[in-house]
Design a protein around this ligand. Structure first.
Ligand SMILES: [Zn+2]
Length: 236
Protein backbone atom coordinates (compact mmCIF):
# COMPACT_ATOMS: atom_id res chain seq x y z
CA UNK A 1 0.00 0.00 0.00
CA UNK A 2 1.41 3.38 -0.89
CA UNK A 3 1.42 6.31 1.51
CA UNK A 4 -1.32 8.11 -0.44
CA UNK A 5 -3.64 5.08 -0.33
CA UNK A 6 -3.07 4.79 3.38
CA UNK A 7 -3.91 8.44 3.94
CA UNK A 8 -7.07 8.24 1.89
CA UNK A 9 -8.68 5.83 4.38
CA UNK A 10 -7.57 7.84 7.42
CA UNK A 11 -10.55 9.38 9.13
CA UNK A 12 -11.34 11.22 12.33
CA UNK A 13 -13.26 9.88 15.33
CA UNK A 14 -16.93 10.93 15.15
CA UNK A 15 -16.92 11.62 18.88
CA UNK A 16 -13.65 13.33 19.80
CA UNK A 17 -12.19 14.17 16.39
CA UNK A 18 -8.88 12.36 16.89
CA UNK A 19 -7.24 10.82 13.82
CA UNK A 20 -7.99 7.10 13.70
CA UNK A 21 -5.58 4.28 12.99
CA UNK A 22 -6.53 2.70 9.65
CA UNK A 23 -9.15 0.02 10.19
CA UNK A 24 -9.24 0.26 13.97
CA UNK A 25 -12.77 -0.48 15.26
CA UNK A 26 -12.30 1.89 18.21
CA UNK A 27 -10.89 5.37 18.67
CA UNK A 28 -7.49 5.13 20.32
CA UNK A 29 -8.20 8.25 22.39
CA UNK A 30 -11.83 8.10 23.59
CA UNK A 31 -12.44 4.39 22.90
CA UNK A 32 -15.72 4.89 21.02
CA UNK A 33 -16.71 2.36 18.34
CA UNK A 34 -16.32 3.64 14.77
CA UNK A 35 -18.13 3.01 11.49
CA UNK A 36 -16.20 0.53 9.31
CA UNK A 37 -14.30 2.43 6.64
CA UNK A 38 -14.56 1.36 3.00
CA UNK A 39 -11.38 -0.24 1.71
CA UNK A 40 -10.26 -1.50 5.10
CA UNK A 41 -8.40 -4.78 4.74
CA UNK A 42 -8.55 -7.81 7.03
CA UNK A 43 -4.96 -7.01 8.00
CA UNK A 44 -6.03 -3.47 8.99
CA UNK A 45 -8.89 -4.89 11.06
CA UNK A 46 -6.29 -6.64 13.22
CA UNK A 47 -3.86 -3.72 13.17
CA UNK A 48 -1.40 -5.81 11.13
CA UNK A 49 0.85 -5.07 8.18
CA UNK A 50 0.51 -7.35 5.13
CA UNK A 51 2.86 -9.97 6.48
CA UNK A 52 2.05 -13.62 6.03
CA UNK A 53 4.06 -15.25 8.79
CA UNK A 54 1.75 -14.24 11.60
CA UNK A 55 1.34 -15.84 15.00
CA UNK A 56 -2.08 -17.49 15.08
CA UNK A 57 -2.08 -17.42 18.90
CA UNK A 58 -1.75 -13.62 18.81
CA UNK A 59 -4.41 -13.40 16.13
CA UNK A 60 -6.79 -15.44 18.29
CA UNK A 61 -6.07 -13.33 21.37
CA UNK A 62 -6.79 -10.09 19.49
CA UNK A 63 -9.92 -11.61 17.97
CA UNK A 64 -11.41 -12.52 21.35
CA UNK A 65 -10.39 -9.23 22.91
CA UNK A 66 -12.03 -7.19 20.12
CA UNK A 67 -15.09 -9.48 19.99
CA UNK A 68 -15.72 -8.93 23.69
CA UNK A 69 -15.41 -5.18 23.30
CA UNK A 70 -17.82 -5.24 20.33
CA UNK A 71 -20.40 -7.50 21.98
CA UNK A 72 -24.02 -6.25 21.57
CA UNK A 73 -24.53 -6.31 25.37
CA UNK A 74 -21.90 -3.60 25.71
CA UNK A 75 -23.97 -1.39 23.38
CA UNK A 76 -27.40 -2.06 24.84
CA UNK A 77 -27.63 1.54 26.12
CA UNK A 78 -25.63 3.15 23.30
CA UNK A 79 -26.94 5.18 20.37
CA UNK A 80 -28.49 3.41 17.41
CA UNK A 81 -25.47 4.34 15.29
CA UNK A 82 -23.03 2.77 17.74
CA UNK A 83 -25.15 -0.38 17.96
CA UNK A 84 -25.16 -0.65 14.19
CA UNK A 85 -21.42 0.00 13.89
CA UNK A 86 -20.58 -2.57 16.55
CA UNK A 87 -22.50 -5.18 14.53
CA UNK A 88 -20.77 -4.18 11.30
CA UNK A 89 -17.36 -4.23 12.99
CA UNK A 90 -18.13 -7.68 14.44
CA UNK A 91 -19.05 -9.01 11.04
CA UNK A 92 -15.85 -7.57 9.50
CA UNK A 93 -13.78 -8.98 12.36
CA UNK A 94 -15.32 -12.47 11.97
CA UNK A 95 -14.58 -12.51 8.23
CA UNK A 96 -11.06 -11.25 8.85
CA UNK A 97 -10.37 -13.86 11.52
CA UNK A 98 -11.74 -16.76 9.46
CA UNK A 99 -9.59 -15.72 6.50
CA UNK A 100 -6.35 -14.85 8.27
CA UNK A 101 -6.17 -17.88 10.58
CA UNK A 102 -6.22 -20.26 7.60
CA UNK A 103 -2.80 -20.41 5.89
CA UNK A 104 -4.16 -20.94 2.36
CA UNK A 105 -7.02 -18.44 2.66
CA UNK A 106 -4.65 -15.87 4.14
CA UNK A 107 -2.23 -16.26 1.24
CA UNK A 108 -4.99 -16.11 -1.36
CA UNK A 109 -6.43 -13.02 0.30
CA UNK A 110 -3.06 -11.27 0.27
CA UNK A 111 -2.54 -12.16 -3.38
CA UNK A 112 -5.94 -10.67 -4.26
CA UNK A 113 -5.08 -7.49 -2.33
CA UNK A 114 -1.88 -7.36 -4.33
CA UNK A 115 -3.91 -7.46 -7.54
CA UNK A 116 -3.24 -11.07 -8.45
CA UNK A 117 -6.07 -12.98 -10.08
CA UNK A 118 -5.93 -16.48 -8.64
CA UNK A 119 -7.26 -19.54 -10.40
CA UNK A 120 -10.23 -19.96 -8.09
CA UNK A 121 -11.54 -16.54 -9.12
CA UNK A 122 -11.04 -17.30 -12.78
CA UNK A 123 -13.10 -20.52 -12.63
CA UNK A 124 -15.77 -18.93 -10.41
CA UNK A 125 -16.31 -16.26 -13.06
CA UNK A 126 -17.26 -18.90 -15.59
CA UNK A 127 -19.94 -20.12 -13.23
CA UNK A 128 -18.91 -23.72 -13.74
CA UNK A 129 -16.13 -25.91 -12.47
CA UNK A 130 -13.34 -25.54 -14.96
CA UNK A 131 -10.73 -28.23 -15.27
CA UNK A 132 -7.41 -26.74 -14.37
CA UNK A 133 -4.24 -27.45 -16.25
CA UNK A 134 -2.27 -30.47 -15.06
CA UNK A 135 1.04 -29.45 -13.47
CA UNK A 136 3.67 -30.76 -15.94
CA UNK A 137 5.50 -32.85 -13.35
CA UNK A 138 2.26 -34.67 -12.53
CA UNK A 139 1.19 -35.54 -16.07
CA UNK A 140 2.18 -39.19 -15.88
CA UNK A 141 0.76 -39.76 -12.41
CA UNK A 142 -2.50 -38.07 -13.28
CA UNK A 143 -2.87 -40.08 -16.46
CA UNK A 144 -2.45 -43.33 -14.54
CA UNK A 145 -4.67 -42.18 -11.72
CA UNK A 146 -7.50 -41.31 -14.10
CA UNK A 147 -7.35 -44.81 -15.61
CA UNK A 148 -7.53 -46.35 -12.15
CA UNK A 149 -10.37 -44.07 -11.10
CA UNK A 150 -12.33 -45.00 -14.22
CA UNK A 151 -11.79 -48.69 -13.49
CA UNK A 152 -12.84 -48.24 -9.88
CA UNK A 153 -16.05 -46.49 -10.91
CA UNK A 154 -16.84 -49.28 -13.39
CA UNK A 155 -16.22 -51.91 -10.69
CA UNK A 156 -18.54 -50.16 -8.32
CA UNK A 157 -21.25 -49.89 -10.94
CA UNK A 158 -20.96 -53.64 -11.52
CA UNK A 159 -20.85 -54.33 -7.77
CA UNK A 160 -17.35 -55.79 -8.03
CA UNK A 161 -14.41 -55.21 -5.74
CA UNK A 162 -10.75 -55.31 -6.75
CA UNK A 163 -8.59 -55.19 -3.60
CA UNK A 164 -5.44 -54.61 -5.66
CA UNK A 165 -6.94 -51.58 -7.37
CA UNK A 166 -8.32 -50.26 -4.08
CA UNK A 167 -4.84 -50.64 -2.55
CA UNK A 168 -3.24 -48.79 -5.47
CA UNK A 169 -5.68 -45.93 -5.08
CA UNK A 170 -5.10 -45.74 -1.33
CA UNK A 171 -1.39 -45.57 -2.04
CA UNK A 172 -1.83 -42.83 -4.65
CA UNK A 173 -3.99 -40.90 -2.21
CA UNK A 174 -1.36 -41.09 0.53
CA UNK A 175 1.23 -39.87 -1.93
CA UNK A 176 -0.87 -36.87 -2.96
CA UNK A 177 -1.57 -36.06 0.67
CA UNK A 178 2.18 -36.10 1.27
CA UNK A 179 2.58 -33.63 -1.60
CA UNK A 180 0.03 -31.33 0.00
CA UNK A 181 1.92 -31.37 3.29
CA UNK A 182 5.07 -30.56 1.33
CA UNK A 183 3.29 -27.62 -0.37
CA UNK A 184 2.38 -26.29 3.05
CA UNK A 185 5.98 -26.17 4.22
CA UNK A 186 7.06 -24.63 0.90
CA UNK A 187 4.37 -22.01 1.38
CA UNK A 188 5.78 -21.10 4.80
CA UNK A 189 9.20 -20.59 3.25
CA UNK A 190 7.62 -18.21 0.72
CA UNK A 191 5.90 -16.29 3.53
CA UNK A 192 9.32 -15.66 5.08
CA UNK A 193 10.57 -14.35 1.72
CA UNK A 194 7.51 -12.18 1.25
CA UNK A 195 7.77 -10.69 4.76
CA UNK A 196 11.46 -9.91 4.26
CA UNK A 197 10.79 -8.32 0.84
CA UNK A 198 8.03 -6.22 2.42
CA UNK A 199 10.38 -5.00 5.18
CA UNK A 200 13.06 -4.14 2.65
CA UNK A 201 10.66 -2.64 0.12
CA UNK A 202 12.21 -4.97 -2.45
CA UNK A 203 9.66 -4.82 -5.28
CA UNK A 204 11.47 -7.34 -7.50
CA UNK A 205 11.54 -9.90 -4.73
CA UNK A 206 7.89 -9.22 -3.89
CA UNK A 207 6.84 -9.87 -7.48
CA UNK A 208 8.93 -13.01 -7.71
CA UNK A 209 7.54 -14.35 -4.43
CA UNK A 210 3.97 -13.54 -5.45
CA UNK A 211 4.41 -15.50 -8.68
CA UNK A 212 5.80 -18.45 -6.77
CA UNK A 213 2.93 -18.41 -4.31
CA UNK A 214 0.40 -18.34 -7.14
CA UNK A 215 2.04 -21.35 -8.81
CA UNK A 216 2.27 -23.22 -5.53
CA UNK A 217 -1.38 -22.61 -4.67
CA UNK A 218 -2.51 -23.62 -8.16
CA UNK A 219 -0.64 -26.88 -7.80
CA UNK A 220 -1.93 -27.44 -4.26
CA UNK A 221 -5.51 -26.89 -5.41
CA UNK A 222 -4.98 -29.35 -8.22
CA UNK A 223 -3.60 -32.02 -5.89
CA UNK A 224 -6.38 -31.39 -3.37
CA UNK A 225 -8.92 -32.07 -6.12
CA UNK A 226 -7.14 -35.32 -6.96
CA UNK A 227 -7.42 -36.44 -3.33
CA UNK A 228 -11.11 -35.55 -3.43
CA UNK A 229 -11.61 -37.57 -6.62
CA UNK A 230 -9.89 -40.60 -5.10
CA UNK A 231 -12.00 -40.34 -1.95
CA UNK A 232 -15.15 -40.20 -4.04
CA UNK A 233 -14.12 -43.25 -6.06
CA UNK A 234 -13.23 -45.16 -2.89
CA UNK A 235 -16.46 -43.96 -1.28
CA UNK A 236 -14.49 -42.89 1.80
ZN1 LIG B 1 -12.46 9.44 19.87
Amino acid sequence: MTVTEQQSVKTACWSCGSVLTTGAPFCGVCGKVQAPVAGVTYFDAFGLTRKLGLETANLERTFYKLSRKLHPDVYAQASEHEQQWSLEQTSLLNDAYRTLKNPVMRTEYLLRLEGVEIEQDRSAENGAKKESRVPPDLLEEVFELNMQLEEMRMNRKMGEDDPQLRGDLEKAKAQFEGQMAESDSQLQALWTKWDAALDEGDEASKTETKDKMVALLDRRRYVRNLVRDVNEALDN
